[in-house]
Design a protein around this ligand. Structure first.
Ligand code: GLC
Ligand code: CA
Length: 541
């Protein structure tokens, strides 16, 4: 008997960054009503699940990843009723909706923190982490992870901004309040969560163990038992510090359905020097990391497939080539979504949106502003700082969605909260929807193909020519099918011998559709294709 495959293994997930998706009321800020206007656009692309970055009440120090009330919706995005309407419409259209869940920390404006810092013996004191003397842990955004509270003369711990105090997961009362809140949202009808930096909840600060700390699995188990099990939902954990093996274990045990594992994301950074120290990507290394991910999770856990999100630069600017924008955007999608795992699309990726190179005053992101000051103080040259910021700032992917060539890219009738990428006249959804060979049309076709052939879900993975420095070629194979997935990471033509002359072959998709499939091929810049080989044409036998 066929085993039932979990629904989220076939799903295409689309991340919406609500601030920048669509503004419906002309205040320059994206909102829930704006999302409702665009559901058909998403459905038509082949999206099954929408993931919303945080829309809860927040002072927006970190764009909503600093929550001051988990139960309420930030009025800049709309109301809880708007959300209910959105959820109902998403369901009517046969899609699902998952929400971001930020439970490693809250905003400093959360009532828990306001209580906690009011006195040392307040019942909420122990909801956060306090010390008389700080240790040497630094914040992800730069500077110390401890800030002194003047009222009670102790330091509180914050791995992100000083306005994002970390919750004390060692406190069972805190954990039970969190579970209650999660269950309320699930009862509201949402279909699951993306769990923000969830690998940090089991930390042991005294021993400098942050990610995957000693209590991580215990708390995940408890969370799973109290909230997730027996519900037909999906969960994906953001786990920047988790190793590939641990990522496989956690999803294999079903504590989370899958996680975002980040090894491939760190490969254009100088090791151990953080994201701003740039290094050229070595494609061979990149391919080997993906091979390890694919092989480790084959029949043992489940992968999430992503190159971009609201924290990462645009994939096409990072791994592709803007001279070949369409070719490289479609090539990257082919390579990524041909693999085993659940595909994630970050808004705008499907029309090949690119990064920006703004002046420092134009940036809004707290991390970017902070690192600019820190690097300045260290005496690093303005040029070098801006080179890093242009390459890596989180605002690269947060610029407003480019809907059309109207003012403000059709995102809003007013000046948006963050400047629109000036290339919106050429790069926009309206253009892409009219063009059968656009990036959008390619993504759509790619998702159709993924869903038409089971091999993309259950086939094994093997690199072909693993040490080729410019070509990323792999094979997916199950009992019925063999697929060859080809991507060129080069702006020069690349010769390749595919050794498939003996067998019938058919071209399922290519970003150069007229390029004939032969055994020996010269691949044009950023070429991509999926070829089905070993297919038997019964009519001829
Ligand atoms: C995650 C979010 C990021 C946020 C951080 C702190 O990494 O994706 O945007 O700044 O957590 O919540
Ligand atoms: Ca608005």
């Amino acid at each position: 008997m066929a085993k039932e495959v979990a629904w989220w293994k076939h799903a295409v997930i689309y991340q919406i960054y609500p601030l920048s998706f669509k503004d419906s009321n002309g205040d320059g800020i994206g909102d829930i009503q704006g999302i409702r206007e665009k559901l058909d656009y998403l459905k038509n692309l082949g999206v099954d699940v929408i993931w919303l970055s945080p829309i809860y009440l927040s002072p927006m120090d970190d764009n909503g990843y600093d929550i001051s009330n988990y139960q309420e919706i930030n009025p800049m995005f709309g109301t809880k009723e708007d959300l209910k309407h959105l959820l109902d419409e998403v369901h009517e259209k046969g899609m699902k909706l998952i929400m971001d869940l930020v439970i490693n920390h809250t905003s400093d404006e959360h009532p828990w923190f306001i209580q906690a810092k009011s006195s040392k013996d307040n019942p909420y004191r122990d909801y956060y982490i306090w010390k008389d003397e700080p240790n040497l842990i630094t914040s992800v955004f730069g500077g110390p992870a401890w800030t002194k509270d003047q009222t009670t003369n102790q330091y509180y711990f914050h791995l992100f901004s000083s306005r994002q105090p970390d919750l004390n997961w060692r406190n069972p009362k805190l954990r039970s309040d969190i579970y209650q809140m999660i269950n309320d949202w699930l009862d509201f009808g949402i279909d699951g969560f993306r769990l923000d930096v969830i690998d940090l909840i089991g930390k042991d600060i005294d021993h400098y163990q942050l990610s995957d700390g000693p209590y991580f699995e215990t708390y995940l188990q408890e969370l799973h038992q109290n909230c997730f099990q027996n519900r037909k939902i999906m969960t994906v954990g953001e786990t920047p510090g988790l190793s590939i093996n641990r990522a496989a274990e956690i999803s294999h045990q079903g504590l989370l359905d899958m996680v975002f594992q980040f090894t491939h994301i760190g490969l254009d950074e100088v090791p151990n020097q953080g994201k701003w120290a740039l290094k050229a990507l070595d494609l061979v290394e990149f391919k080997h990391v993906f091979m390890t991910l694919q092989k480790t999770m084959f029949n043992h856990g489940w992968n999430s497939l992503f190159l971009a999100n609201h924290d990462q630069p645009r994939a096409v600017s990072r791994y592709g080539n803007l001279k070949y924008r369409k070719e490289s955007a479609t090539m990257l999608a082919t390579i990524l979504y041909g693999m085993q795992g659940t595909p994630f699309v970050y808004q705008g990726e499907e029309i090949g949106m690119t990064g920006v190179q703004y002046d420092i005053q134009q940036y809004q992101d707290i991390e970017t502003k902070k690192i600019y000051q820190i690097l300045k103080q260290k005496g690093i040259s303005e040029d070098e700082i801006m080179r890093s910021i242009h390459a890596k700032s989180r605002d690269n992917s947060r610029t407003p969605f480019q809907w059309n060539h109207q003012p403000h890219a059709g995102f809003s009738s007013a000046k948006p909260w963050l400047d629109v990428n000036p290339n919106y006249i050429e790069v926009n959804a309206e253009n892409d929807l009219l063009d059968d060979f656009s990036v959008y049309s390619f993504f759509k076709k790619l998702f159709e193909i993924r869903k038409a052939y089971q091999v993309f879900t259950d086939g094994d993975f093997d690199l072909i020519q693993p040490n080729h420095p410019k070509l990323f070629i792999y094979q997916r194979k199950n009992v019925n099918d063999t697929m060859l997935v080809i991507g060129s990471f080069s702006s020069e033509p690349q010769e390749v011998n595919l050794f498939i002359s003996e067998e019938p072959k058919s071209l399922l998709i290519s970003n150069y559709p007229d390029h004939a499939i032969k055994d020996l091929m010269i691949l044009p810049p950023y070429y991509a294709a999926i070829i089905r080989i070993g297919e038997i044409n019964h009519a001829n036998h």
